[in-house]
Design a protein. Structure first.
Length: 431
């Protein structure tokens, strides 16, 4: 699991995190419940391990905390309180929290959109002891079980209580996802990617498949169903041309790196791509030595399905159950080698592209990748390959060294401040 502010995963506004923690504590106080089995197992693990027990006590000792000013007043008092709050998340879907200045302009998304467990960890990882605790292999393994447990709730009808139009718990700054303010923010992100400001006045159902006649949930079956919502068929046309490669996701470009190595070493400063690690030591990785990696990342409000960048045949697919990283400054390139990811090799119909690889990387919360195509299947450019489920995410396209590409960044500059490029639009042309 990765804690970061990329793509509005955690807000810059400390007030928003405090508001969410207050909301969570109220929920825990008003709905007391026994610890769910995987959290109870984590509690027992800590009690039975002297080193973890000591770390769990030290990490909530205020004299040892080294929080950033952003989170300086968000101290959780004890490990037991942390477990109670984590337990409360298990029966809550994410909520949307407005900033304290109540900015609601769709051009400037102002909400905390997202990732409750990441926010809880951000308020808890306050010392060297907490970093050691959350980096422990036994703890990370148990956290995966906790996240899997939560994912079942997020896919259930019970999670739909945040898919309404009203405020939640009569708290003006805690909004449900179909509140008109939040709808405007989501539409704003979609319009920002399409570069058509005129679309901002269109309703939610113009962009996403839903049922606006359903006054409660817009036809969404669960929080996860909302998170993986589909664009309407006409909203993202597929760029044409045999030499055109399309953007597989609604995502912002991070960087293009050429002449990538098979087995690069990870240093403290700078994280090169390592093909063997990224591709989970697949023998096909050798074909990409000296090739090109394009990496992009997704906004938490964005569309989360993947589409085939080319027409071709699915040669190989696999899911790698990677580790959860708790370090605030881990780089996105490094996460392509260690996080949960889906690896899809495609043999393009265009011989000048040939074998290429798409990698979807889940980097926060449930961090789940679902592949919806199979080996041997032929896909047309723009066909769905799969989707992310609740969590932060990034993706890569990898090409062999003989493929000569010209990239189109659609009026944005690659980097952490880039804006989204529409899914299925041209991202590169084969020269």
């Amino acid at each position: 699991m990765h804690i970061h502010t990329l793509g509005n995963v955690l807000p810059d506004n400390q007030h928003q995190i405090k508001t969410w923690l207050q909301h969570l504590k109220q929920h825990a106080d008003s709905n007391p419940m026994p610890l769910v089995p995987p959290i109870e197992a984590l509690s027992e693990l800590v009690k039975q391990d002297k080193e973890l027990l000591l770390l769990s006590e030290q990490m909530f000792n205020t004299s040892q905390q080294t929080q950033s000013p952003q989170l300086s007043s968000l101290v959780i008092q004890s490990f037991d309180e942390f477990l109670v709050l984590l337990n409360a998340v298990m029966t809550q879907a994410p909520v949307y929290i407005l900033s304290n200045d109540m900015v609601t302009d769709a051009l400037n998304p102002a909400g905390f959109v997202g990732l409750p467990i990441n926010a809880l960890l951000a308020a808890s990882i306050t010392s060297s002891a907490s970093h050691s605790f959350f980096s422990n292999l036994l703890v990370t393994q148990q956290f995966k079980k906790i996240l899997n447990y939560w994912s079942v709730y997020l896919a259930s009808e019970a999670s739909r209580d945040v898919l309404v139009k009203d405020d939640l718990n009569q708290t003006p700054q805690v909004l449900a996802w179909l509140n008109p303010i939040v709808q405007k923010q989501i539409i704003g992100i979609a319009c920002e990617a399409s570069f058509d400001p005129a679309l901002r006045d269109y309703p939610f159902e113009h962009f996403f498949e839903c049922d606006p006649n359903d006054d409660y949930y817009y036809g969404f079956r669960s929080w996860d169903d909302f998170f993986t919502r589909k664009f309407t068929p006409s909203i993202r046309p597929i760029a044409t041309g045999d030499d055109v490669i399309v953007n597989p996701c609604e995502s912002a470009p991070l960087q293009v790196v050429e002449n990538v190595e098979l087995d690069a070493k990870f240093w403290l400063k700078g994280h090169p791509y390592s093909l063997q690690n990224m591709m989970n030591f697949d023998p096909l990785a050798e074909q990409f030595i000296g090739g090109t990696v394009y990496q992009a990342y997704l906004n938490a409000l964005s569309y989360h399905r993947w589409h085939s960048p080319v027409s071709g045949t699915i040669k190989q697919v696999c899911i790698v159950n990677g580790s959860y990283d708790y370090t605030p400054n881990t780089s996105l390139p490094l996460l392509t080698a260690i996080a949960t990811r889906a690896i899809i090799f495609i043999e393009s119909d265009n011989p000048y592209i040939g074998l290429m690889c798409f990698i979807a990387v889940g980097i926060a919360e449930v961090s789940s990748c679902e592949i919806t195509v199979a080996q041997g299947q032929h896909v047309d450019k723009g066909d769905q390959l799969g989707m992310f489920h609740c969590g932060g995410s990034t993706h890569c396209l990898i090409f062999r060294p003989q493929v000569n590409l010209s990239f189109d960044f659609h009026r944005t500059e690659p980097g952490l401040d880039a804006t989204n490029i529409p899914a299925c639009s041209c991202i590169a042309v084969v020269n």
